[in-house]
Design a protein around this ligand. Structure first.
Ligand code: COA
Length: 538
C-alpha cells in the first residue's frame, strides 16, 4: 500500500508560526480539562468526606480495569455556562473497560452543586444514552444527584428532549436488550428515583444512598410524618422491604465491586467487525500536526499531511486521485481497522461531491466505517456552478452521508461551515462520534461573510426606499458586533460547551481516539446494508 510522502519542512518559518499559534490552544485545553476534573470548592470536598463518599475520580478508578483506555465524552460540557463552575455539566461520562468489556459510564459528581441536573446535564445524559443505543454498549450509572436544578426547572422538565426522555430511553434500552446497571451512591429523589427504578440491575449503598418519590421535607409538608432519608428510602428499605434495589453495598467501594460483578454476568455478544491488520504507528510524528495546521481556516494546506499522521503506517489507497481533487477519498487502517477516509482539500465542487457519493456507496456496501476529516467552507457558488448542477451534486453527497449505514466518525480539523457541515457528516448526520480540534470553527458562515450579507441586505432595503447606501462608519458599526458574536459562538470552546461535539481533541491524539471509538462502534451489528441498487458511478 502506498505511503503518503510528506512535503512538510519542520524547520520552516511557516511550521514554527503554525505551531506557535496552536500551542496556547493546547495549553488552554489542558487547563480546562484539569479544572473540569478537579476544581471543586473546599466546602463540597469537606461535605463529601463527611458523608464517607469517594470522589467521582476515585469511583471511576475502582470501576475501570487498571491500565485500560478511557474515552471520556463531553468533559467540557457547560464550559463557561451558568455560574461558570458546573464542570462537565455535573457528570463524568465515557467509554471504559470493565472486566474486559467496553461499557458506557455515566457518573454524577455530587461535588458540583449536589450533582444536580442543569439543562446541559440533561443534554449530556441524552447524548450518553444515544451513544449506548447506537453502539449497543452496556450502561453503568453511578448515581449521586440532587435531581433537577430547581432554579432552572422549566428548562429541564417539560419538553420532548428534557428529563422525561431519559427514563423513556431507559425503557427502550431495556427492551432492546442493552443492559443498564445502576449504583445508588446518593439521593435519587422524585424523578431521579426513576433512574434506578428503570435500570435492569440496582446496587444500593448503605446510609448514603436513598431512593424516594418525595424526600423527607416533602413528606413532612404533605403528611406531617417525621422520617429520615434512610428510613424513607435507604438501602435496607429497598433491598429488604420494597425490592426496588437488588444488591446491598456497605460503602462506595463495595458498590463498585458489585457493579463489576454484575457486568461480568452480562451476556457477551460478538463484535460486528474487527481489525483486519496489525496496528502500526504512522510513519510521521502526529505532533507535527501542530506545525501543519494554519491558524486561520482560510489558509489552504494539503489534507494528505493530516491523513499521513492519523492512519496506520501513513498508508493510503487513494480513490479517484485525479477527479474532484478538492475532496480526498481513500482507504486506510486505524489501529488495524479498515476505514474509508474523506478529507477536504478546498471547497466542494460538483465533481468532488459526486466522488464523495460514489465512495460512500462503496464503503457502505463493503461494511467499511467512514472517517470524515472535516475542513470545509462550503459548496461552490455562482452562476456557472448553479448551471452545472452543484445543488444536485451536493444533494447526492448529502443523501449518501445521511443514508449510509456503516458507522461514521467525524473530526472537525478546521472549518465547518454551511452545507459543507452536512455533506461532511456534521452532528445532524448521525456520526457515531464527532470531535473538534481546538482550532476548529463552526457556523452557518464565517463572521465576516455573515456581516457582509447583512450589510448588503440593508443596502438593498435602502435602495428600494430610494436612499443612499450605508456610509462606511455605519457599515463598520453594523458589522462589528455580528462578527464578534459569530466568532465567539463559532469556536471549539462554545461548541463543546453546548454539546455540539463529543469533546475537543489534541490533534496528536486523533488516531488513538478514533481507534477506541471504532472499537466501541463494533459492538453494534452492521444493519440495513441491503440497498436496492448497485453502486452508481458518478
Ligand atoms: N436544585 C438546586 N440546587 C440544589 C438542589 C436542587 N435540587 N439540591 C441541592 N442543591 C444545591 C444546594 O443548594 C447546595 O448549593 P451551595 O453549594 O451553593 O450551597 C449544593 O447543591 C449542595 O447541596 P447540600 O445540601 O449542601 O449538599 P449535601 O451533600 O448535604 O446534599 C442533596 C445534597 C442533593 C442530597 C441535598 O441538597 C438535597 O436533598 N437536595 C434536594 C433534592 C430534591 O429534593 N430534589 C428534587 C428535584 S427533582
Amino acid at each position: 500500500m502506498p505511503v503518503i510522502e510528506t512535503t512538510i519542512d519542520t524547520s520552516s518559518e511557516a511550521f514554527r508560526r503554525n505551531r506557535d499559534a496552536m500551542t496556547p490552544l493546547l495549553e488552554r485545553l489542558e487547563s480546562e480539562l484539569e479544572r473540569a476534573r478537579h476544581a471543586r470548592s473546599d466546602k463540597a470536598r469537606k461535605r463529601n468526606e463527611e458523608l464517607g463518599k469517594l470522589t467521582v475520580a476515585r469511583r471511576l478508578d475502582l470501576l475501570l480495569d487498571p491500565d485500560t483506555p478511557w474515552l471520556e465524552v463531553a468533559p467540557l460540557a457547560a464550559l463557561g455556562m451558568y455560574e461558570g463552575d458546573v464542570h462537565g455539566a455535573g457528570s463524568r461520562c465515557g467509554i471504559g473497560v470493565v472486566r474486559g468489556r467496553e461499557v458506557l459510564v455515566h457518573a454524577n459528581d455530587p461535588m458540583v452543586k449536589g450533582g444536580t441536573v442543569y439543562p446541559m446535564g440533561v443534554k449530556k445524559t441524552l447524548r450518553m444514552q444515544a451513544i449506548a443505543m447506537e453502539n449497543r454498549l452496556p450502561v453503568v450509572m453511578l448515581v449521586d444527584s440532587g435531581g433537577a436544578y430547581l432554579p432552572l426547572q422549566s428548562e429541564v422538565f417539560p419538553d420532548i428532549d428534557d428529563g422525561g426522555r431519559i427514563f423513556y430511553n431507559q425503557a427502550q434500552m431495556s427492551k432492546a436488550n442493552i443492559p443498564q446497571v445502576c449504583a445508588v451512591m446518593g439521593l435519587c429523589t422524585a424523578g431521579g428515583a426513576y433512574i434506578p427504578a428503570m435500570s435492569d440491575h440496582v446496587v444500593h449503598v448503605d446510609r448514603t444512598g436513598a431512593i424516594f418519590l418525595g424526600g423527607p421535607p416533602l413528606v413532612k409538608a404533605a403528611t406531617g410524618e417525621d422520617v429520615t432519608a434512610e428510613e424513607l428510602g435507604g438501602a435496607l428499605v429497598h433491598c429488604r422491604d420494597s425490592g426496588v434495589s437488588d444488591y446491598f453495598a456497605s460503602d462506595d467501594a463495595d458498590a463498585v465491586r458489585i457493579v463489576r460483578d454484575v457486568v461480568t454476568t452480562l451476556p457477551r455478544t460478538a463484535k460486528a467487525f474487527g481489525p483486519s491488520r496489525a496496528p502500526a504507528d504512522p510513519a510521521y510524528d502526529p505532533r507535527e500536526l501542530y506545525g501543519i495546521i494554519p491558524p486561520s481556516t482560510t489558509i489552504p494546506y494539503d489534507c494528505r499531511e493530516v491523513i499521513a499522521r492519523v492512519v496506520d503506517g501513513s498508508e493510503f489507497h487513494e480513490f479517484k486521485a485525479l477527479f474532484g481533487p478538492t475532496l480526498v477519498c481513500g482507504w486506510a487502517w486505524i489501529h488495524g481497522y479498515e476505514v474509508g477516509v474523506l478529507a477536504n482539500n478546498g471547497i466542494l465542487f460538483s465533481d468532488s461531491s459526486q466522488k464523495a457519493a460514489q465512495f460512500i456507496q462503496l464503503c457502505d456496501r463493503m461494511g467499511i466505517p467512514l472517517v470524515f476529516l472535516q475542513n470545509i467552507n462550503g459548496y461552490i457558488i455562482g452562476r456557472e456552478y448553479e448551471r452545472g448542477g452543484i445543488t444536485k451534486d451536493g444533494h447526492k453527497m448529502v443523501n449518501a452521508v445521511a443514508t449510509s449505514t456503516v458507522p461514521k466518525f467525524t473530526v472537525v480539523v478546521g472549518a465547518s461551515f454551511g452545507a459543507g457541515n452536512y455533506g461532511m457528516c456534521g452532528r445532524a448526520y448521525g456520526p457515531r462520534f464527532l470531535w473538534m480540534w481546538p482550532n476548529a470553527k463552526i457556523g452557518v458562515m464565517g463572521g465576516e461573510q455573515a456581516a457582509s450579507v447583512l450589510v448588503s441586505v440593508k443596502n438593498d432595503q435602502l435602495a428600494r426606499e430610494g436612499q443612499p447606501p450605508l456610509p462606511p462608519e455605519f457599515v463598520e458599526a453594523l458589522k462589528g458586533p455580528i462578527m464578534e458574536q459569530a466568532d465567539k459562538e463559532g469556536d471549539a470552546w462554545y461548541s463543546t460547551a453546548n454539546l455540539w461535539d463529543d469533546g475537543i481533541l489534541d490533534p496528536a491524539r486523533t488516531r488513538d481516539v478514533l481507534g477506541l471509538a471504532i472499537s466501541a462502534a463494533a459492538n453494534a451489528p452492521l444493519e440495513g446494508r441491503k440497498v436496492g441498487y448497485g453502486t452508481f458511478r458518478m
